[in-house]
Design a binder for this molecule. Sequence first.
Ligand SMILES: [Mg+2]
Length: 171
Amino acid sequence: MAGVFEGFRPDMRVRSVMEIDLADLRKRGYIGLMLDLDNTLLPWKDLNIPIESKAWLETSKKLGMKPCIISNTHHPNRLMKIADQLQIPAIGCALKPDKRGFHRAAEIVGCEIDQTVVVGDQLLTDILGGNRAGAYTILVNPMHNREFLGTKVSRMIERLIFAVLREPHRV
Ligand SMILES: [Mg+2]
């Protein structure tokens, strides 16, 4: 049964981006850092990136990694404001789990997809899409429980998939 759902299994799970060992990823050859926005880098609808997320991103840049935001958001103005704040490229309306957005992101930052890490809080978009693209996938716990209605529905489906994969709902 779990076989059919393997595409949803993240390669790594952490509570938040701050727990990701960037130096270790870099040592393992990863360069591209494809980041989901909402509930991964900041709470949904917020405009200000928390200082911890900013510091973490700065560390990644210092290590020579190339971050890029990849979001399904339909609010490009908000996305671009945030990307400007962070001085990193961003792709909106990415249609994750479509893998094309991840390939485009890899092209933008100038690395191969197998040198790419995808970080996000949703199995159905970030993790499935990242796995399909052939990236290394890291699932974070959502930053906040405030969510888009459609996401609340996705969370119910996630619970079922986690059960089949015998993975905890949150780490
Ligand atoms: Mg998200």
